[in-house]
Design a protein around this ligand. Structure first.
Ligand SMILES: [Zn+2]
Length: 593
């Protein structure tokens, strides 16, 4: 029995969508997608209506089966959720054909002008449906517990390529018509479309990369280990279930690091660092092919079941390919971030529970590091308690048993009890699942993480703070992660003189690495190091990834002067950001109405 999803109007227990067939035209001039969505439904109870989700869609007609018109009503919009679209059906109805168009401000769609792309000559469109934005471009049952197959015919300008979370062709179609088939059932938040000037490079028998021509070589080089990642993942938790695994490198305004759209991960170009140091993000999106895409959180309150499992799995892939020292660096950095998040939220905040209560909120607003990192450390703590071999056996059976379905937190706990704890009172206490899931902060059994590599960077930071010159620090062999840890451990100790000295020694202001820049700019703002500001402004004007925007704008908002500067930059940058980032930054800069 699936729990009620408070973020959807669907009533799948009455009538549920089983297949979606799209026939859409993408109009870059009007910034509108229009056409038909044909929903194949199963009427379980002989219901006389079906409830769908829609937000900002203009519906022009709804017909049943072979063209018989039917009545429908669009209820008043509810904040964040949009409208309950109710269509009159008959007990024997098999299909509903909805003719509609999107509105120009549809939250899932980001329309980029040529200037916002790498090539600079062609426009670009990408979708971001998670969490509840699919309903802004398709009328459907927008709830993660409802899975359906789909096919699509998409018409785009003839010089652009279209890709979907489905079987993709790798070549340009001169007529601009692309046909897609997705034979495996997916939840609505994995509906995805991208249209742009794109090329493809193969990276192995079942994987490759799509990117704009200007980025394709760099991207192919950066993701050279993609095939290794897939075989490593399979050796851990079973066969990859989706056929091909490709990565699409998007223009920089993409609000997330990556989005695990099945068969084709959408990724930010900010991970193309030129040294393969930020590819853990690809391991993360790949891991979602099991946790999330195959075994899906039933509601957004159960989001940790998607993300906690995925971060855990990601780290195991990274350990398998790059070794334990490398994985330990990533894990310790994340633990530091998690502690900061909990400190900022307050260690009694209910938002630090793994199981969330997102009633009345946009799920995109309510999620934080907690689902990802507290979720991961919960799973790591179980591994430590019972040993890796037993834990991996449990995970293998967990993925197999729940594949192609959805799971909520309660069901997970029952499964954990029946398959792992098995009445062992001592083990139950030791694992302390209730403490992790339904209580705030970090339980006492949170694993301690040691990283000998990061210790070097931490010691260097301590030495620098105690007065040794920057240029005498031995940074040979340092990776992005050493630098991040070094910069984080300088805390707020930097005055202008020290900032200048560090910049002269290590060239931070001119770094090409987005993670290092993000740390550096926060120091620059705190210390008033204005030399870095022009580059920071350029960064904020081009990069739309919320993970970077959030700390930089937050640091700016700490002082009146900074807030004014932040608002000035934001005014120019905002039109280039995705709705997801805008929602967050509006809040930080006090611009929410
Ligand atoms: Zn994820």
């Amino acid at each position: 029995m699936t729990p009620k999803d408070i973020h959807s109007f669907a009533r799948p227990e009455e009538a549920v969508v089983e297949h979606l067939s799209l026939n859409l035209n993408v109009d870059f001039n009007a910034k509108i997608i229009s056409g038909t969505a044909t929903l194949s439904i199963k009427n379980k109870t002989g219901a006389n209506q079906i409830h769908l989700d829609s937000k900002g869609l203009n519906i022009s007609s709804v017909v049943l089966d072979s063209g018989e018109p039917t009545s429908y009503s669009m209820a008043d919009a509810v904040e964040y959720l949009g409208s309950d679209l109710t269509v009159a059906i008959k007990p024997e109805t098999k299909k509903i054909v909805i003719t509609y168009s999107t509105s120009p401000d549809a939250g899932a769609l980001q329309w980029l002008d040529p200037a916002q792309t790498n090539g600079g000559t062609q426009p670009f469109l990408f979708t971001q449906s998670q969490a509840i934005l699919a309903r802004t471009w398709i009328p459907l049952q927008d709830s993660p517990g409802i899975k359906f197959t789909y096919d699509a015919t998409i018409k785009v300008p003839s010089n652009l390529m279209a890709l979907m979370s489905a079987e993709n062709d790798t070549t340009l179609h001169p007529d601009g018509i692309y046909r897609f088939n997705m034979p495996q059932a997916i939840p609505s938040y994995l509906m995805a479309l991208a249209v742009g000037d794109l090329q493809f490079r193969s990276l192995g028998p079942n994987c490759g990369v799509f990117a704009e021509p200007a980025m394709i070589e760099k991207s192919a080089w950066e993701f050279a280990d993609l095939h290794d990642m897939i075989t490593s993942a399979e050796s851990l938790y079973g066969p990859y279930a989706w056929g091909r695994y490709d990565v699409l490198v998007l223009p920089p305004s993409f609000p997330f690091g990556g989005m695990e759209n099945p068969r084709i991960t959408f990724a930010t170009p900010t991970i193309i660092a030129g040294d393969r140091s930020l590819v853990a993000l690809i391991a993360h999106e790949l891991a979602h092919s099991w946790s999330g895409n195959l075994v899906t959180n039933a509601t957004w309150n159960d989001f940790w079941l998607n993300e906690g499992f995925t971060v855990y799995f990601e780290t195991r892939i990274m350990e398998k390919i790059y070794g334990k020292d490398y994985a330990d660096m990533l894990t310790l950095l994340s633990l530091g971030e998690l502690r900061e998040t909990i400190k900022a939220m307050g260690d009694t905040s209910k938002d630090t529970h793994l199981y969330l209560d997102l009633a009345g909120r946009d799920p995109d607003d309510g999620v934080s590091d907690i689902a990802y990192e507290k979720g991961r450390f919960f799973l790591t703590s179980i591994e430590y308690a019972i040993g890796r071999e037993r834990w991996d056996a449990f995970l293998n059976s967990y993925f197999k048993k729940h594949a192609w379905g959805a799971i909520d937190t309660k069901t997970f706990l029952v499964y954990l009890e029946s398959e792992l704890i098995k009445g062992d009172e001592k083990l139950r206490k030791q694992i302390n699942a209730e403490g992790w899931i339904y209580a705030p902060g970090l339980p006492a059994n949170c694993p301690e993480i040691k990283s000998t590599e990061l210790e070097k960077a931490g010691n260097a930071a301590t030495a620098y703070k105690s007065g040794i010159p920057a240029k005498t620090i031995d940074t040979k062999g340092w990776t992005t992660h050493h630098w991040m840890y070094f910069l984080r451990n300088l805390n707020d100790s930097l005055d202008l003189k020290k900032m200048k000295e560090l910049d002269a020694a290590f060239g931070f202001t001119n770094s090409g690495n987005s993670e290092i820049l993000c740390e550096w700019y926060q120091h620059a703002i705190a210390s008033g190091y204005e030399i870095a500001f022009p580059n920071m402004e350029k960064f904020l004007m081009t990069v739309g990834r919320r993970k970077f925007l959030k700390p930089i704008y937050s640091e700016l908002a700490k002082t009146q002067k900074g807030l004014e500067m932040g608002r000035q930059i934001y005014q120019k940058a905002r039109p280039g950001y995705h709705a997801v980032s805008i929602q967050t930054i509006d809040g930080i800069l006090g611009l929410k109405k």
